[in-house]
Design a protein. Structure first.
Length: 103
């Protein structure tokens, strides 16, 4: 009987550790999402007018990249939340590849 109790205790500890790791990762994702919100566009008034079109293009790229990262981080957050709800279920997650454009 002692062996069974020890195994149950070990198993419970491992589950708690795993849940803690999931919580930690979700917290890190939340921080990354907050950081994305504070990322600002380039202020066009800080540059000469002849750079206005380039700045517009860069701001558009910033907006698109932020959107891609938000989608990615939110997908991770959803996957982690589902894993935490279903610790003993094996699921295969397929995230769509991000398409980044580099100028």
């Amino acid at each position: 009987m002692t062996v069974g109790l020890g195994l149950g205790s070990y198993f419970n500890d491992e589950v708690k550790k795993f849940e803690s790791r999931i919580d930690s990762k979700m917290s890190k994702i939340g921080i990354e999402l907050s950081d994305l919100e504070t990322t600002t566009n380039i202020n066009t008034t800080e540059f000469y007018d002849n750079f206005a079109e380039q700045i517009k293009l860069l701001n558009s790229q910033i907006k698109n990249t932020k959107s891609d990262y938000k989608t990615f981080f939110n997908s991770l957050k959803i996957a982690l939340d589902e894993k935490k709800k279903n610790l003993f279920t094996v699921e295969i997650w397929c995230l769509a590849p991000l398409q980044a454009t580099v100028a």
